[in-house]
Design a protein around this ligand. Structure first.
Ligand SMILES: [Cu+2]
Length: 488
């Protein structure tokens, strides 16, 4: 009988996820990849839904680059509206970062060339327009390293997204109560903004929340989506990934959701978290891992020796909804799993235990901060508006830095909701949780729990304006965004 290596086994597999990962054979290294922003039809709970997507010339979602390959991509806008795509976690020249205020929008039918040296690891790409991101204009961006190719393990991508049958515009309108959709601030938003901390407190604990949830209740979910997708599918009809009995998997989990944080749950199996937002960390063993919007986790999993199938689930925080994929060796019984757990899942947003335990494999060099700043996060539900430094996008005061400086930012969240804060153009290290210093994980998106402080450190990069914002699309749409203004 023929024995297959794990990589050989992967190549022989027919699972849809394998198609997403395998680079086209014989591709000329110099040829640009094609990427198309388009609409596509997926099936959710037995119903056809038209969503947006980022696909290659074969219609497959996402992009996977070979070791050493440049990010050389011709991006075409196949939509009937303008778009702009951000390469989340990558550090391109600012002019290629894909944000509306510094880069020109792509008109319908327009193609634009991108060319930069990518960072290896698990990344993603998405429209930087909130309604388009809610509408699934998002996909995995995997950059493999030589070490990845040498390892005897199968790679599996898990891309999470929240989904509604309503239009993204309706979702935003319902979430924001009419405050979403514009960069400008409504006149009513002026009120109380200059009060800083006080605004955050009163905004977050306005009467509706107080009455319903109690004085210290945290707000976990803004919107009840119709479904939670794992690689575009639900647990009614999950993706079943062919794996080798007893083999090793590197799960590349990406939370592309617009507003939802999850626990990744391996059931009885203990996995090892080995990378956060694309950068290696010392292995952190657990059965459940917290993942906020925008974040990525690479988790090594040793599959059961008994050949049983292993569901990899994503549990919506503070709720019973769940989604996931199933890793199944040949002949394994595929379990039927409901889309609702029997009990509510605990909050992710208020939990800093995982973050406290993580240590970067290659931390930033030790260096005193040249600049240390407090960044106040505020806002609340009534009215629905979220602020940085007491201000909305458009009235924001950019955070200054000089290229090469070591900068420390302390996010001080004075609101009752968590904010996954994403900085463009930089990798940062988590160096403080509350009052304690740690040599934590490298990240580009960090979850800042309600009423808490998280400190990040980084060396300021290219002299340019870089977006700093909350990755909750409802919060972003109402103005929770500012700039890190790096000068030469
Ligand atoms: Cu937020």
């Amino acid at each position: 009988m023929t024995t297959l290596s794990r990589r050989g086994f992967l190549a022989a597999g027919t699972a849809a996820s394998a198609a997403l990962l395998l680079p086209a054979r014989g591709r000329a290294a110099s040829r640009a990849r094609r990427l198309i922003a388009t609409t596509r039809i997926i099936e959710v709970q037995g119903r056809a839904a038209t969503v947006m997507g980022l696909v290659d010339e074969g219609g497959r979602p996402g992009l996977s680059l070979d070791p050493g390959e440049r990010f050389r991509v011709d991006l075409s806008n196949g939509l009937r509206e303008e778009t702009i795509i951000h390469w989340h976690g990558q550090i391109p020249p600012n002019a290629q970062d894909g944000v509306p205020n510094t880069n020109p929008m792509l008109s319908p039918g327009e193609t634009r060339a991108f060319d930069f040296a990518p960072r290896p690891g698990t990344f993603w790409m998405h429209s930087h327009i909130p309604a388009q991101e809610i509408g699934l204009l998002a996909a995995p961006l995997i950059v493999r390293s030589k070490a990845d190719m040498a390892e005897d393990r199968q790679e599996v991508v898990l891309f999470l997204h929240d989904f509604s049958f309503k239009s993204p515009e309706e979702v935003l309108a319902e979430v924001t109560g009419g405050h979403g959709g514009g960069h400008g601030a409504a006149p009513a938003m002026q009120h109380g903004q200059m009060q800083g901390m006080g605004q955050g407190m009163t905004g977050g604990m306005s009467h509706g929340m107080m009455g319903n949830m109690g004085a210290m209740a945290m707000d976990l979910n803004d919107f009840d989506f119709d479904a939670y997708l794992a690689n575009d599918r639900t647990l009614d009809d999950p993706e079943v990934v062919a794996v080798e009995r007893g083999g090793r998997v590197r799960l590349r989990a990406i939370n592309g959701s617009s507003m939802t944080a999850y626990w990744l749950d391996l059931g009885p199996v203990t996995g090892r978290l080995v990378a956060t937002d694309g950068d290696a960390c010392h292995a952190h063993a657990a059965q459940r891992f917290a993942i906020a919007p925008g974040q990525r986790l690479d988790i090594e999993i040793d599959l059961p020796e008994d050949g049983s199938a292993l569901p990899v689930l994503a549990l919506r925080e503070g709720a019973r909804e769940r989604t996931g994929i199933i890793l199944a060796p040949v002949g394994a019984t595929i379990p039927r799993l409901a889309s609702l757990s029997e009990v509510e899942h605990p909050p992710v947003s208020t939990n800093l235990m995982q973050e406290a335990a993580l240590r970067a494999r290659v931390p930033l060099p030790e260096r005193p901060a040249d600049r240390a700043l407090m960044v106040m996060l505020g806002g609340g539900m009534m009215p629905y508006q979220w602020t940085i430094g007491g201000r909305l996008w458009g009235q924001h005061v950019p955070i200054p830095a000089r290229s090469g400086e070591r900068v420390e930012l302390t996010f001080h969240n004075m609101s009752m909701m968590a904010h996954p804060m994403h900085l463009h153009g930089h990798v940062f290290q988590v160096v403080g949780l509350g009052m304690s210093r740690i040599a934590g994980a490298l990240r580009d998106t960090v979850q800042v729990p309600p009423m808490s402080m998280v400190t990040i450190a980084f060396d300021a990069g290219e002299a340019a304006p870089w977006m700093l914002h909350c990755h909750h699309m409802g919060h972003l749409a109402t103005g929770m965004m500012t700039e890190l203004d790096v000068s030469a």
